[in-house]
Design a protein around this ligand. Structure first.
Ligand code: TRP
Length: 338
């Protein structure tokens, strides 16, 4: 007897393997991926080719971090039984799609992409931007469409890339007149981007203001202790400011007990609640979040052969899926198959 199951909606996301993931990644995207992995068919891409677009001088770093980030996924609670984790560079259909899509986007459109603009500035590329870097949004469109993903859980900095993807999808659909590719929707958390431990707008390993997913209890305690609060809140009895106070921003992002956070805010604003007490709460919340991740990570790290095998299986499954989409697009564009 054949059973017809309505297919689950498809999620595709990815990360550049350039360093370990941190709690900013968790708040921005990993938490959603863990929550949605059973109700969706989920693929996660270790985007090593995208990492090459600004790390071509350090392939060893990228290679090492493919395994590190895979461990971070497993640590965060991504279940390899239901989520397919795969390696971008081992999926040739993505490269071919990228090359096709290049003709459906203009250089000036790529140069106007706000994410690319600020990344070029941050990296000091100015006039020396690698062609691959300028074109990585096209490769990201290939990633998303090759899986026919309709949902992409990402941090808010990625929104312009999903917009760019949808523009390419519309161009391809118009050209092939067959509505082959579904549009993709970014899933961005309401809490917004998590600031760094120092209060700077972005948490990033390279800025030294990140808390890794595998942080020890001592690292957590130390990080929270040094955290920026309200500079005018000198004594516990003074009224304090909650807005822009990193400790409260983190409590908002990570504490599930809303009533507790609201109560702390009220007492802090009124005066009489010291930074030390609020920080202790945050430390407990972060430790409860990170401890199971740290333990899971250690268990998987002790079995590198298992992790490699999981990546191999995931990549093989993704290879079939992406090749099937490429074949459809090639046919729709009238390319010879022979
Ligand atoms: N650009 C993403 C980042 O910098 C990584 C990425 C690659 C991605 N391919 C993707 C994200 C496809 C979402 C969908 O982290």
């Amino acid at each position: 007897m054949s059973v017809l199951l309505s297919p689950k909606p498809v999620i595709l996301t990815g990360d550049r393997p350039t360093g370990n993931l941190h709690i900013g990644h968790y708040a921005g995207s990993l938490k959603n991926r863990v929550a949605l992995q059973h109700s969706h068919e989920q693929f996660i891409l270790l985007a090593d080719l995208q990492a090459f677009t600004d790390n071509a001088d350090n392939p060893e770093k990228v290679r090492r971090n493919v395994l590190e980030v895979a461990l971070d996924y497993l640590a965060a609670g991504i279940d390899p039984e239901v989520t397919t984790i795969c390696v971008q560079s081992a999926l040739p259909a993505l490269a071919e799609l990228t090359f096709l899509y290049m003709n459906f986007v203009t250089v000036s459109r790529l140069e106007r992409n706000p994410t690319i603009k600020s990344e070029i500035q941050m990296r000091g590329f100015e006039r020396d931007v690698p062609a691959g870097f300028l074109c990585y949004p096209v490769s990201q469109a290939a990633d998303i469409t090759a899986f026919k993903a309709t949902l992409v859980p990402v941090g808010e900095d990625q929104a312009p890339l999903i917009e760019q993807t949808n523009e390419i999808i519309r161009r391809i659909n118009r050209q092939t007149k067959c509505g082959l590719l579904p549009e993709a929707q970014a899933l961005i958390p309401e809490t917004g981007r998590l600031p760094g431990l120092d209060g700077k707008a972005k948490m990033s390993k390279s800025l030294g203001n990140a808390l890794p997913l595998a942080a020890t209890s001592e690292q957590i305690r130390d990080a929270v202790r040094r955290m920026y609060t309200d500079p005018d809140h000198l004594r516990a009895c003074d009224p304090g400011k909650v807005e822009g106070n990193v400790v409260f921003t983190y409590l908002d992002a990570f504490c599930e007990d809303r009533a507790l956070v609201d109560d702390l805010k009220t007492r802090y604003r009124r005066g009489g609640l010291g930074d030390k007490a609020v920080k202790k709460q945050l430390e407990d919340v972060l430790d409860a979040l990170i401890r199971p991740m740290r333990e899971r990570r250690a268990r998987y790290a002790a079995e590198p052969a298992y992790v490699l095998d999981m990546l191999k299986h995931g990549t093989n499954k993704a290879r079939e899926r992406t090749q099937a989409t490429l074949d459809e697009i090639r046919a729709a564009l009238g390319l010879f198959a022979f």
